[in-house]
Design a protein around this ligand. Structure first.
Ligand code: SAM
Length: 358
């Protein structure tokens, strides 16, 4: 059994009010360096793991992203320092798929990876074909041209939870009950930034409506905006537009846990042994990006974005049939019943950081 629940109980006992913001609990559950679901090292993703991603479907996703990166490289007049930058690279599978699909074009590839255990696994797989940066701050000095990509990254960032009580928005904290089980309790906002975000939420929802606020995602896009590169940022993830979070069918929020392909809302149970994840708010992400002078480009369902990207390649096959494995991957990535509708892709264009607002 994971020691994380006891670690959390100790932290709750040591905290002044005996409770912690959910974001801190999610951070602990996912990123505790020894016992966190992700912190402990890259877990298996795919059939034998807890969930599938577009990467685990097969190499086609990487092939299509390689095509998109090449388009960007050509659009920028093929600069020598052009670098594909990936964050959330996990075990390096997507990097390997993209590099293999570049068709002899030796573009640089850089992984932003803070966790040394992940870096070790990525190094074993990719050797000297890639470079690493520990965090986004390292990108402030270069490269000057790039294509940033991530798949299912901001959905794994710790979020705060807020709930409408019929009169005002409150934050949900975690506390331990008399049997040492964890439960939610509502209270005043734990930080000014959260209170500011909540000011922009609707006030006509049913009491009890719960939402996630992903402050880490906002800080992340701010850091990305300050990176030196000119180019594009490609974000693939499951997420919604702001209004879609406010429907009655989403009154319990989108925070979920995944374990062995089973998904439920018992997010305070089996801490450290399950993935915790939320849908990202693409409207809020785009608004923050635009405030920073990034420019919104393509935003659409993954099925449509990848379908459009694949079109020239499919046409170039001139009637030859795709092999069965590639066909299956294409269907999984693009069919609305699989990943084509629940996932979306957002592309934002980026000027060098000097042109970007603080
Ligand atoms: C849902 S998994 C997706 C993995 C992979 N991109 C894929 O699509 O198969 C989320 C990944 O993001 C990583 N991650 C979370 N925060 C990160 C950060 N600040 N920098 C780099 N990776 C991060 C986690 O360690 C985990 O590997």
């Amino acid at each position: 059994m994971s020691p994380l629940p006891q670690i959390l109980r100790d932290q709750l006992a040591a905290s002044p009010a005996g409770r912690l913001p959910f974001a801190q609990v999610m951070e602990l559950a996912l990123y505790h360096p020894e016992h966190g679901y992700y912190g402990a090292g890259p877990r298996r993703i795919g059939r034998k793991g807890d969930f599938f991603t577009s990467v685990s479907v097969g190499p086609l996703f990487g092939k299509l992203l390689a095509m998109r990166a090449l388009q960007e490289w050509q659009a920028q007049a093929e600069p020598e320092d052009f670098t594909i930058i990936e964050q959330g690279a996990h075990d390096g599978q997507l990097a390997e798929d993209v590099l293999s699909a570049l068709g002899g074009k030796s573009l640089r590839y850089l992984i932003v990876e803070p966790n040394p255990k992940y870096r070790e696994v990525q190094t074993k797989r990719l050797g000297d074909r890639v470079q690493w940066a520990e965090n986004l701050a390292a990108l402030q000095t270069g490269p000057a041209h790039g294509f940033f990509l991530c798949n299912e990254l901001p959905d794994a960032f710790p979020v705060h939870l807020v709930r409408w009580n019929g009169e005002r928005w409150e934050e949900l904290f975690v506390e331990a009950d008399s049997c040492a089980a964890f439960r939610f309790v509502a209270g005043e906002f734990s930080c000014a930034e959260l209170a500011e975000e909540a000011k922009h939420l609707p006030q006509d929802l049913e009491p009890g409506h719960t939402l996630e606020i992903n402050l880490t995602m906002l800080a992340w896009i701010r850091e990305l905006a300050h990176a030196a590169f000119r180019g594009a940022i490609f974000i693939a993830d499951y997420g919604l537009d702001a209004e879609e979070f406010f429907t009655d069918s989403r009154a319990e929020g989108t925070i979920r846990r995944y374990r062995q392909h089973h998904m439920d809302g018992n997010v305070l149970e089996d801490l450290g042994e399950c993935d915790l994840t939320t849908h990202i708010n693409f409207t809020r992400l785009t608004a923050e990006a635009e405030r920073l002078s990034l420019t919104k480009g393509e935003y659409d369902l993954q099925g449509r974005v990848l379908g459009r990207l694949a079109m020239p390649w499919l046409k170039s096959l001139e009637g030859q049939r795709l092999d069965a494995a590639t066909m299956r991957q294409f269907q999984s990535l693009t069919h609305p019943a699989f990943m084509g509708r629940s996932f979306r892709c957002l592309l934002v264009k980026k000027q060098p950081h000097d042109d970007c607002r603080a």
